[in-house]
Design a protein around this ligand. Sequence first.
Ligand SMILES: [Mg+2]
Length: 96
Amino acid sequence: MKKGDIYHRTLNVWSNEHQILQTVEEMSELIKEILKNVNRKQNNISAIVEETADVEIMLEQLKCCYNIKDQVESYKKDKLKKIEKRLDEWEKAHGK
Ligand SMILES: [Mg+2]
C-alpha cells in the first residue's frame, strides 16, 4: 500500500471538510508544543516529533482535498531556488 493511497482512502471514509478541519487542529497542536518548548523551555521533543508527523500527514491529505499536489511541488521548487539564491548572496556578502 502506497502512502498516497492511504491519504485518498481517508477522504473516502471522512469528508474533505472534516479532514481540512483536522489539519487545522493538528497545526494548532504543533504550535502549542513549539510554544511550550521555546517559551517555557520544556523538553518536549517527543511531542514535537509526534505533532510534526501529524501535521505532515494532514498536509498530504489537504493536498488531496484540494487536488493541488503538483502545484504545491512546483511552488516549493521555485521557492527553494529563491531561498538558495538569497543564501548564496548573503554568504558571498559575508565572506562565507
Ligand atoms: Mg496531534
